[in-house]
Design a protein around this ligand. Sequence first.
Ligand code: GDP
Ligand code: MG
Length: 401
Amino acid sequence: MTTENRAQKDGSPMAAEPETPTDRSQEFDERPFIEASTEAKSRYGRFNLAIIGGSGVGKSSLVNAVFGRDWAKVGTGLPVTRGVKYYHDDSLGIWDVEGFEIGSPLQPSEQLRNHLTTISERSADEQVSVVWYCVNSSSDRLQQPEIDMIRELDAQGLPVILVLTKVDWLKNPITGKRDVAQDLKRFVAWLENPVDEGERPLSIPYERVILTSTRDKHGKGKGHGLGELVAETLSLSPEDEKDAFRIAQRLNLPWKREMARPIIRGAAGLAAAAAATPIPVADAVALAPIQLGMMGRIAAIYDLEFKTMLSAGALAQLGVQIAGQALARSFIKLIPGAGMVVNASVAGALTAATGEAWMRLCEQVHTGKVDLANVADSWGDYAPNLLDVIRKMAEQRISKR
Ligand SMILES: Nc1nc2c(ncn2[C@@H]2O[C@H](COP(=O)(O)OP(=O)(O)O)[C@@H](O)[C@H]2O)c(=O)[nH]1
Ligand SMILES: [Mg+2]
């Protein structure tokens, strides 16, 4: 519905065609968006995970399910050394370590130590934060070489999550509840209190055991245990790398919203300050750099790479769309007369509404529901209308009385 339609429906008088405000689209530029996004990305940095396990245990499937990137498509990764590959983009690095090589003259833990040495010699932004040690859930206990490897990881100061893969959750035909098979329950019980052949307690330094699947046995469904896996990974991540992990993962959207909201509040405050002396509606574009910076930062949280994925033309179009010019114009059409101004509270509320709407659109792109190439067009459906924002403020004032 256009603003004109809305105005008629409300019975508001239609304005005579006002004088066209000066066209500022030529002056507009999207740099605040790109700069804020680039700055945020480099500040958050890259999260690096090591994922260790035998070939076929389900490592790649886990990575795809949690991080939503199809590494298979990306290619084979960089073979760093035999059995070790490194896959990365800006926000995520995966060290894919293939168990141990049978027939090697080296012990598995020695092989792993060599791999870890290779990794430690790489640059700071490639260093491992957390390890997923993957074991097929159909195993019945950990073998000595595996225990030695986990001890080696611990000795290097790396937090290890023991991930059981390909767990089959069976539906109880009577209760309808899902559960795992008895054999697996025994294995989990052993993992929680491991003992050797002589029933003597063993200490194996993993932090947690998590049961996972990325699909059911028919190859369908979304999997199980993945939410728990990301929650544990986050809690084991060093404080200054938690945001990088929140950005890299794709399962938990509330974490991203929690990161976006303070950015929105900050920008709303800045916009309010900028309009402390009320600014003419036609000049509301002055708020654009503040809103664009906010939007660029939010885009970084959703790991959206506008600079490389949109053409310059599409970027400029997006910029114009989000600059608030269209809003300002429709407002002028509706309520004629000079002297219409945006005051501090309108500027703040409009910026906050813009941030919320942009966050939601970013979520849609992030989850693949909206194509990044169509963001500029979709934004029209999300962008707040200045009039709606003002109406809402009025309603809030009334309800507060
Ligand atoms: N049933 C089932 N099969 C899985 C699961 N995860 C992976 N697979 C299958 O196991 C095979 C090996 O998986 P992949 O992720 O490539 O293992 P990787 O070699 O450790 O990277 C593939 O055929 C997957 O489809 C799962 O959770 N359940
Ligand atoms: Mg693989």
